[in-house]
Design a binder for this molecule. Sequence first.
Ligand code: ZN
Length: 141
Amino acid sequence: MKKIEHIGIAVKDLEKSNELFAALLGEEHYKIEEVVSEFVKTSFFKVGENKIELLEATSEQSAIAKFIEKKGEGIHHIAFDVEDIEAEMLRLKNLGFRLLNETPKKGADNKLVCFIHPKSANGVLVELCQEIKTLQECEGK
Ligand code: ZN
């Protein structure tokens, strides 16, 4: 793993939280992106080398809606930047970690992502993410 790519925070109201985090970080978000397949709307802030991702549910079936219902707003996941997501998924699977998706899927911010079940990581939802470099890598995933 290369570095912490971003920390994901579940919020109820993206617009309000964008203002709050802009005030907190002293900088506006640099993008808003909806991930239709995951029923979330996200916004991203840069903090030096790292990012903060705010996530708002767009539907009740969203994992974010369920998270907020159970635990309230707050830190939802930690994402690590990886060079080769499939190699990393295989490595972790062989170590007994439970992957939430068997193949990488397209996430926000031009990334291929895979989540690791919090039950196999001390209660922390871990996201692996690999930058999509070419169109080819994106196709068929
Ligand atoms: Zn994320």
